[in-house]
Design a protein around this ligand. Structure first.
Ligand code: ATP
Length: 519
C-alpha cells in the first residue's frame, strides 16, 4: 500500500536525489548495493563539510568568543586517537551503559529502536468491543503513520479520524500486549520481539591475537579523548581554568536503526568542546555556551523558525547531568521530524563525572591546583557537543529551495561562509577571446579566495544551464564574460538567490566577491 507523500517527505526525497546527482552525498559502497548507516561525501559535500568544520574551529578555537568578563575565552585544539585503551571506555561508562533498547521483527527482519517505535490503537466506540490489534510505526515518519492508520481502519472496519485513536509508546507497553502488535513492515501481529539491550560500540582487536584482552573499541564520541588529554594539555600549554579543549573527528555507533539520510548514521563526525571551570561557575558558563552555540548556528545560516533551543526536562537528563545545572539542545526542524524538531547539538553540564571516573579508574591525579583561589579541585565541565554531519544535513535542508518560476527550480541557498563553491566564471561563448579573459579572472579569484572554497569555471553548455548548475550547487555568484567585456571591461554578475544580473567592472570583481562572502 503506498501512502500519499507529504510535502516534507517529498522535499526530503528531492533533496536526497539532488545530493546524489550533484555530488554532495553518495550511499557508501553504492556499486555493491550500499551499506546501511554509512555515507560518502562527494566533491561538493566534502567541501561543504570542511567549510562547516573550519567555521566551527575558527569561531571556537582560533578566534573564540568573548567571555562574560569581556576577555576572549581560552580554547585549544586536540586531535586524539579513535582507538584508546579499552579501560577508558569502562571508566566513561560506555562499556557498561552505552545501550539502546532494540526490537527485531521476525517477519520483515527489520530492526527498530524501541524508544523510536509508536503504536496506534483504535479507541472503541460505545457498544463496540475493543478490537485489540495495534499497529506500530516509527516516530516522526508521517508516511509510516498514515500507513498504520489505514491498516488499523481496515481492521476495525471504520474510517478513523482524529480522536478515534490513541498513540502509545512501544517501550512503555506491557510485554503481554506485544503479540497483538503488527510491526511497521509486517502483515501479521506477533512478529516483534520484546526490547533487548544492545551495546552501540563497534569493536575490533589490536594485534595478532584476537581474544578478550586484545579487544578495542572505536570511539562513540570524541569527548573522552579530551578528558584523557586534559592533564597533558594543562602541563604543556599555558591554559588555566577556566579553559576549553576542542576536537573534531569521526565517531562510530552501531546504531540499531540508522535512518533519515545522514541524520543517524553509524559513522559520523562530531565537533565537541569540553569547557573546564570551577564548580561554582558552572551555571554561568553553561548559560554562556548555550547562548553562544545557538547564536553560532544562526550565524551560519540556520536563522529562521526551524531552529530552537530546548531546555531538557529533569526526567530526560543523563546520569551525570542530573546533578548539574542543566542540559539544553539546539534542535532543528528537519523535514522528517516536522512539525517536531531533532537534535543538532547538546549542551550539557557534565559536572566532574568524567574526570572523577578517569581519576578513579586510572589512579592518575587529575585535580587542578587553582593558584588564584589557592584551592585543589576537579574542574566541572560544560560540553557543547555538536554533530558535524548532522549540521551538514541541517544546512542542506535549510538551503534547499524551489522556485518554480525558474527554468531549473532547485536552488541551494547556502550561507556564503559554508557554500562549497564561492564563485564561478563563465565565458558566454567558447571563442572570440572570451575563454582567455575568463581563465585569467578565474585564476585571480582562485588566488584570492581559493583557501575558502572552490572557484569554478565552465565553458560548456548554454549560459542558462550553467547558471542552473551553479544554483543547484549553491554558488552565491557567477560572472560572465561576454561581448561587452571585450569593449568596456565589464562583466555580468548574476546573483544566485534572485537571479538578478548587473554589470560590474572586471577590476572590481574581487571586491564584489569579498563583499558577497563577507571577508
Ligand atoms: P541521539 O539521541 O540522536 O541518539 P545523542 O543524544 O546520543 O543523540 P550525543 O551523544 O549528545 O547524541 O552526541 C552529540 C551530537 O552528535 C548529537 O547532537 C548529534 O548531532 C551527533 N550524533 C550523535 N549520534 C549520531 C549519529 N548516529 N549520526 C549522526 N550524528 C550523530
Amino acid at each position: 500500500m503506498s501512502a500519499e507523500k507529504t510535502p516534507d517527505s517529498k522535499m526530503m526525497e528531492d533533496l536526497v536525489s539532488l545530493c546524489k546527482r550533484r555530488g554532495f552525498v553518495f550511499p557508501a559502497s553504492e556499486i555493491y548495493g550500499g551499506i546501511n548507516g554509512f555515507w560518502d561525501y562527494g566533491p561538493l559535500g566534502a567541501q561543504l563539510k570542511n567549510n562547516l568544520r573550519d567555521a566551527w574551529w575558527q569561531d571556537n578555537v582560533l578566534m573564540p568568543p568573548t567571555g562574560p568578563d569581556g576577555d576572549p575565552v581560552s580554547v585549544v585544539g586536540l586531535d586524539s586517537a579513535i582507538i584508546q585503551n579499552p579501560k577508558a571506555w569502562v571508566a566513561s561508562g560506555h562499556v557498561g551503559g552505552f545501550n539502546d533498547p532494540m526490537v527485531d521483527c521476525r517477519e520483515s527482519k527489520a530492526r527498530y529502536r524501541a524508544d523510536h517505535l509508536r503504536v496506534v490503537k483504535a479507541v472503541p466506540r460505545e457498544g463496540e468491543a475493543d478490537a485489540g490489534r495495534m499497529f506500530a510505526f516509527l516516530e516522526g515518519d508521517d508516511a509510516g503513520f498514515e500507513r498504520a492508520l489505514k491498516k488499523l481502519g481496515k481492521y476495525v472496519k471504520r474510517d478513523l479520524g482524529k480522536g478515534d485513536t490513541e498513540i502509545l509508546s512501544f517501550e512503555g507497553l506491557d510485554t503481554q500486549v506485544i503479540p497483538m502488535i503488527v510491526g511497521p513492515e509486517a502483515t501479521e501481529p506477533g512478529s516483534l520481539t520484546e526490547p533487548r539491550m544492545f551495546n552501540l560500540m563497534f569493536h575490533s582487536y589490536a594485534g595478532a591475537v584476537q581474544d578478550e584482552d586484545s579487544k578495542v573499541y572505536l570511539r562513540p564520541e570524541t569527548a573522552q579523548g579530551i578528558f584523557l588529554n586534559y592533564k597533558n594539555v594543562l602541563d604543556t600549554s599555558r591554559v588555566r581554568v577556566p579553559f576549553g579543549i576542542a576536537q573534531v573527528g569521526k565517531s562510530f555507533r552501531n546504531e540499531v536503526t540508522p535512518r533519515n539520510f545522514i541524520f543517524r548514521s553509524r559513522e559520523f563526525e562530531q565537533m565537541e568542546l569540553e569547557w573546564f571551570c570551577h564548580p561554582s561557575e558552572a551555571r554561568q558558563w553553561f548559560e554562556f555556551w548555550r547562548d553562544h552555540r545557538m547564536n553560532w548556528w544562526k550565524s551560519i545560516g540556520l536563522a529562521g523558525d526551524n531552529l530552537v533551543l530546548r531546555q531538557h526536562d529533569s526526567d530526560e537528563l543523563s546520569h551525570y547531568a542530573k546533578a548539574g545545572v542543566g542540559t539544553a539542545d539546539v534542535e532543528y526542524r528537519y523535514p522528517f521530524t516536522a512539525p517536531g524538531f531533532g537534535e543538532l547539538e547538546g549542551i550539557a553540564h557534565r559536572t566532574d563525572f568524567d574526570l572523577a571516573a578517569h581519576q578513579q579508574h586510572s589512579k592518575a591525579k587529575l585535580e587542578y591546583f587553582d593558584q588564584e583561589r589557592n584551592e585543589r579541585y576537579l574542574p566541572h565541565v560544560i560540553e557543547p557537543a555538536a554533530g558535524l554531519t548532522r549540521g551538514v544535513l541541517a544546512i542542506l535542508c535549510e538551503a534547499y529551495t524551489r522556485d518554480e518560476s525558474r527554468a531549473s527550480p532547485e536552488i541551494m541557498k547556502f550561507h556564503p561562509r559554508v557554500a562549497p563553491i564561492k564563485a564561478a566564471v563563465f565565458p558566454l561563448v567558447n571563442k572570440d577571446g572570451m575563454p582567455e579573459v575568463a581563465q585569467k579572472l578565474h585564476a585571480e579569484l582562485r588566488a584570492k579566495f581559493g583557501r575558502l572554497g572552490m572557484i569554478e569555471t565552465d565553458p560548456k553548455q548554454s549560459i542558462g544551464k550553467r547558471y542552473a548548475r551553479m544554483d543547484e550547487a549553491g554558488c552565491p555568484v557567477c560572472f560572465t564574460i561576454d561581448g561587452e567585456t571585450m569593449t568596456d571591461q565589464s562583466v555580468t554578475a548574476r546573483d544566485r538567490d534572485t537571479g538578478a544580473q548587473e554589470r560590474v567592472s572586471i577590476e572590481k570583481v574581487s571586491d564584489y566577491v569579498a563583499q558577497k562572502l563577507g571577508v
